[in-house]
Ligand binder design. Structure first.
Ligand SMILES: Nc1nc2c(ncn2[C@@H]2O[C@H](COP(=O)(O)OP(=O)(O)O)[C@@H](O)[C@H]2O)c(=O)[nH]1
Ligand SMILES: [Mg+2]
Length: 213
């Protein structure tokens, strides 16, 4: 029997913000969840926090346009989970896509308490150009990220064995090693302990910015 080692206590929606300046004070470690719309971000947030409707799930792509902060506690440490507007919206106008994309990129490069960007990737799809480009962008900016493969319950046994070696092979054409990565299903709660364990182990690395004397 497996032991549930890590839990999420008191998951709470804090606020939605249109821009970084309106966000909650950067006073604790934070993890940004990002990915193409419909990748399963809201479902994953609900799965991790154990709350069915904390983040709204919807089948309408591109609904989340705001920066959403959730606070919670794991292994005694408070942390923020931030749900960012997605990348690569297929179903909105060029103009809107541009402004949301800019909001997220600006946030990721400037938010002081950001520990790691959790990049969601649909395990059913071959490596997507937009995702690959976004990872290169994060590396160029010196941003730490981890990959979260979603919806693995939708794969057959054979597909489940094949998708990660396929993605790894693609990554190794460009990268010297695979970044940290997790295989998840919001439906089956697969990968929950792995993701929460990663966050719990990263949290103590956070240092508060020094107060001016
Ligand atoms: N079978 C299965 N469906 C999922 C999973 N995660 C998300 N979905 C479905 O995929 C669709 C998009 O999910 P959602 O969480 O709203 O994606 P978001 O746009 O990235 O926030 C919804 O219909 C979800 O029910 C999963 O792990 N397994
Ligand atoms: Mg969503």
């Amino acid at each position: 029997m497996s032991v549930e080692e890590y839990s999420v206590d008191d998951p709470t929606f804090v606020k939605s913000s249109a821009k970084r300046q309106e966000c909650p004070e950067a006073d604790r470690p934070e993890y940004a969840f990002i990915g193409r719309s419909n990748v399963g971000k809201s479902s994953l947030i609900n799965m991790l926090t154990g709350r069915k409707a904390l983040a709204k799930t919807s089948s309408t792509p591109g609904k989340t346009q705001l920066i959403n902060h959730f606070s919670m506690t794991t292994a005694g440490a408070e942390w923020y989970l931030v749900d960012l507007p997605g990348i690569g919206y297929a179903k909105v106008s060029k103009k809107d896509r541009h402004s949301w994309d800019r909001t997220s990129r600006e946030y990721l490069t400037k938010r002081e308490n950001l520990m790691c960007i959790m990049m969601l990737i649909d395990s059913r799809l071959p490596p997507q150009k937009i995702d690959l480009e976004f990872m290169v962008w994060m590396a160029e900016k010196g941003l730490a990220f981890a990959m979260i493969f979603t919806k693995v319950d939708k794969l057959t046994i054979a597909e489940r064995e094949a998708f990660l070696p396929r993605y790894t092979a693609r990554m190794l054409k460009q990268w010297s090693a695979m970044p940290p990565h997790f295989v998840t299903s919001a439906e089956k709660k697969d990968g929950r302990q792995d993701v929460l364990g990663f966050i719990a182990q990263s949290n103590p690395i956070y240092r508060k910015p020094p107060k001016p004397e």
